[in-house]
Design a protein around this ligand. Structure first.
Ligand code: XMP
Length: 510
């Protein structure tokens, strides 16, 4: 394991991901971690992340100095490098010129960190205000940049290194090679962490946790719950029962696909509950978005409860919690109990007292996808877009009826098909059609006047759904979508493209 010490900002997560891309397992730890705690975990290397602070500010995050004496190979990045310099007796100059963005790094000596095939002067990405001016004893400087007298410092005897630039970002073309050199050559770590080993390890852990008890899982068809269920199934087979609640608000053919993939092909014990009538009844006359969500949520719990009735002896519940969920809720320091409440199936009967199984809690989203593929799940499942729990219910603006859902499913399927035909599906975070059920506009088709509903095409790019931008889909693709929707979907005579980013818009319309 490589421990990434978090000094703030988003860098620690990115570093941890990069280390894993080099097939080395990594975990993020808070900077208040003590030398004893680190010694106990016996990591193969430690990386200190960058951060927004200045080492000169009072109360700036620091590192337990005893950690430097543990003999564990260390790499400091940006703030991490400055901290090494300062704590080991060098000098960090305050508020120098600073460098932000693309910068030229110039070698000044033989480096054991910079890759041999990187030219003497090469580009890297910097973001700093302070800079190291005097090296600590025992260190050599091996590179400089216009704003950083010491841009790389190395002490090979103690196996402590620092880089002022950010090797983890794509704008540092030799960054990954530098990280690889540190991990493999200086710290002697092999690249042996792979999805196959994750499966093996998790299967053993799940078997141990579960024993011969029963486990239940609410399968939504989404990536996280599906991969979690597949993994648990691999571990304990028929001790797992999954419940798939068909709300009638899924995309075209999705429910059939879920049942086919998991029930028939994978042999997962799957209770498929078609509760659509019940959901439509609850939605009759409801138009306000939050009221829709509430109605759908309530029905979901009722259905789930009813169909787990015969599984009262279940002891465990599978959840698709991911590593970023834990990081965001401050759970990376081993306080395993911190779990985001929105991941729980709320309202489960208390007397079930279910213990959680969260086999994906160490993984990032892209790793979950790789794991799903390794487990044999088809691409359509592994690359499925995020989909809101209330489904098409919040994509029909107005009252939700079975007829409107059927109409929207057709329009939505066309959007997805054409995006796929254009080869854009993996670049796009979410894409869908929404139906403006309460709006009608005039059109002309053949010689006839029409008076129908508009369909909105929405497609966004995003990293994490917190912010999003409308996708620049080629006009040609939009044109095919528009023509097909109007020709093939009865009752729709107008198509518009939503060009609102988030903020100020949201990804969904309701
Ligand atoms: P917004 O529309 O707020 O959505 O930009 C952000 C992300 O959350 C999804 N979303 C939901 N997911 N229940 C869910 O499980 C909901 O009620 C819900 N509303 C929005 C949305 O699809 C996007 O990925």
């Amino acid at each position: 394991t490589v421990l990434v010490v978090d000094f703030g900002a988003q860098y620690a997560q990115l570093i941890a991901r990069r280390v894993r891309e080099l097939s080395v397992f990594s975990e993020i730890v808070p900077n208040r971690i003590t030398a004893d705690e680190i010694a106990e975990r016996a990591p193969a290397a430690i990386i200190l992340s960058g951060g927004p602070a200045s080492v000169h500010v009072e109360g700036a995050p620091s590192l337990d100095p005893a950690i430097y004496d543990l003999g564990i190979p260390m790499l400091g990045i940006c703030y991490g490098a400055q901290l090494i310099a300062q704590q080991l007796g060098g000098v960090v100059g305050r508020g120098m010129a600073g460098e932000y963005g693309r910068t030229v790094l110039e070698r000044t000596g033989d480096s054991l960190i910079l890759p041999d095939d990187a030219p003497g002067a090469h580009e890297c990405w910097m973001s700093h205000f302070d800079g190291i001016t005097v090296l600590p004893d025992g260190f050599v400087g091996t590179a400089t940049s216009p704003g950083a007298p010491v841009a790389v410092l190395e002490n090979d005897e103690r196996k402590i290194y620092g880089v002022q630039f950010h090797p983890e970002v794509v704008h540092s073309p030799f960054g990954m090679q530098a990280m690889a050199r540190f991990l493999h050559e200086r710290a002697g770590i092999a690249s042996d962490w792979a999805m196959a080993s994750v499966i093996e390890e998790q299967v053993a852990l799940i078997r141990e946790q579960v024993g011969d008890e029963r486990v239940i899982c609410a399968l939504s068809g989404g990536v996280d719950s599906s991969v979690a269920a597949a993994l648990v199934h691999q571990a304990i087979g028929h001790q797992l029962t999954c419940i798939y609640v068909d709300t009638g608000l899924m995309r075209k053919n999705e429910s059939a696909q879920v049942v086919e993939t998991y029930g028939r092909n994978m042999g997962l014990e799957l209770i498929h509950v078609d509760a659509s009538e019940q959901f439509f009844a609850a939605l009759a006359g409801v138009t306000e978005p939050e009221a829709k969500r509430k109605a759908i949520g309530e029905q979901f719990i009722r259905v789930f409860e009813k169909h787990t009735g015969g599984l009262r002896d279940a002891k465990f519940l599978v959840q698709g919690t991911l590593y970023p969920d834990l990081i965001e809720s401050g759970g990376t320091d081993g306080t395993a109990s911190v779990i985001k409440s929105h991941h729980n199936v709320g309202g489960l009967p208390d007397d079930m007292e279910l213990e959680l199984i969260e086999p994906l809690r160490d993984l990032f989203k892209d790793e979950v996808r790789a794991l799903g593929t390794e487990l044999g799940l088809p691409d359509e499942m592994v690359w499925r877009q995020p989909f809101p729990g209330p489904g098409l219910g919040v994509r029909i603006i107005g009252e939700v009826t079975p007829e409107r859902v059927a109409l929207l499913q057709e329009a939505d399927a066309i959007v997805r098909e054409e995006l796929k035909n254009a080869g854009l599906e993996r670049e796009i975070w979410q894409s869908y059609a929404a139906l403006l059920a309460d709006v009608r506009s005039v059109g002309v088709m053949g010689d006839e006047r029409t008076y129908g509903n508009p369909v909105v095409i929405r497609a966004v790019t995003s990293e994490d759904a917190m912010t999003a931008d409308w996708a620049r889909i080629p006009y040609e693709t939009l044109e095919v979508m528009s023509q097909r929707i109007i020709n093939e979907v009865d009752g729709v005579n107008r198509v518009v493209y939503d060009i609102t980013s988030k903020p100020p818009g949201t990804i969904e319309w309701e």
